[in-house]
Design a protein around this ligand. Sequence first.
Ligand SMILES: [Zn+2]
Length: 472
Amino acid sequence: MQSSSIQFYNTLTREKERFVPIESGRVKMYTCGPTVYDYVHIGNLRSFLFEDVLKRWLEYRGFQVVHVMNLTDVDDRTIKASRTQGIQLKKYTEQFIKAFFEDIEALNLERATDYPKATDNIPEMVALVKKLLEKGYAYRGEDGSVYFNISKFKDYGKLAKIQVGDLKPGARVNVDDYAKEEASDFVLWKAWDKDDGDVYWETEVGKGRPGWHIECSAMSMKYLGETFDIHCGGVDNLFPHHENEIAQSESATGKKFVNYWLHNEWLLVEGKKMAKRLHNYYTLKDLTSKGYDPIAIRYLMMSVHYRQQINFTFEGLEAAQKTLDRLRNFVHRLLEASGKPAGDKLKQLVEGVQKGFESAMDDDLNISVALAHLFDFVRDANNLLDTGEVSKEEGREVYGLMLRFDEALSVIGQVKKTEELSKEAMELVRKREEARKAKDWKAADEIRDQLRAMGVIVEDTAQGVKWRIEKR
Ligand SMILES: [Zn+2]
C-alpha cells in the first residue's frame, strides 16, 4: 500500500503529523464511549460523529480499521443514578445502552468492531491494578482504595501540558472527574462503601469497584494491544481521563500507550454551553421528535472542523437540511442525465473536486474545505446539466464519484437507485437462513440485528425471507 498522505493534529505533540500506522494498512483505534447513566446528548454525539468521519476517511484511504468503543456501565455517575432510582445497576444501564445503539443507527455511524462493557472486563482491570501495585506506581490509602502515585510517573502531565511540580504532593482524589487545577493521585480501585450498595466485586485487590480511568486503559489494551495507533475523545476527556490513561498504561507496560491523540472541541447550543438548567440541552430524540431528519443533524455536526467549536442552532439545522436536499437533488439529476457529452469541461471539474476534496480531508480532516470544494463542483456541474451538457455515461460516472465521497460523508446514501446488498450483507442473510433452518433462533435474531445496523431490514414472510434497504 502507498504511504499515507494523511496528517493529523496530535494533541500529544501539539503538531500536525503525517499518519503512519504501526502495522501497514491496518489502524487500531480506541474511542471513549458513552457513560450510560442517561441518554447521550448532542454534545456526546458530536464526538461520535467526528470519530465516524475519521474512521470512514481512513477506510476511504484503504486502511482496515479496528475500532473499539467502550461502554462505561459502572462509575460514580451510573451508580449514583441507579441508586437514586432504586433500580439495579445492570438493569438501569441497559436501557441507555439500547438507546445509544438506536442513536448511532439513526445517525449512520459505522459500527465499531467491539463495544466492551466495563462490567464485563473487571478481571483485566484488577490485573492492571495489581501490576501497578507490584511495580510501585500505586499504593493503598487508609480508606482501603488503591491510588496511582503521580509523582512516580515522570511523564505525568505530558498530554494536558501541566507540571507535576505545581501539584500538592500526597493530595488525592477518589472521584472520577476533577479539574486540571486539582491534579493529584487518583483512584484506581475504589474500596466498597455504603453508597455503592450492591455494586462491588470481591477481587484480589479488595472488595470494591474500578475507577473510571482504569476501565479505558484495561479495555483498550485488551482489545488493541499495549501500543496502538489512535485514541480519540472530546476535549473534556483530555484531563484527567486521558492523562490518567497514559499514566496507568505506560507505567504498567513501560511502552508508549498511543501514537496519535485526537480531540474534538465542544458543541455549543445557541452560543452557550449546553446545560439542563439552561433549557438548551438536547438528545437526538428531542430533535427527531420535532421532525428533524437525523441525517441533517449528522451533516450539521460534521460539517464543522472537529477542532473548532460548533454552535448548534435550529437555523443552522434547517440550513443543513436544505444543503442536504441540494446534494440529493443533484445526485438524482445525475442519474437522469441524457444530454450531449460535456467532455473535457466536466473532466476538469471532476479532477478538480477529487483533488480538492481528498487533499482537504487528508489535511487533518478539514471537512469544511472539503465540502466547499464539493459544493463548488455541484454548482458548476448543475450549470452543465441546465444547458443539457451531461451525457448518460458522464452522469453515471459523476454519480459514482458522489457515492465514493459518500463513503466518507454518509449523507446521500438513500438515493441509491439499485437495491443491491453488499457482499457482507448477502453473506449474513445466507447465514441467518442457515441458523433458521437449524432452529437456532437466537443466532438468527442476532444476525437480524447485525443486518439492521447495516441498514438492511429482513422480514420473514409466508413467501419466504424478504429484505429491503432501509430508507434513511
Ligand atoms: Zn475513556
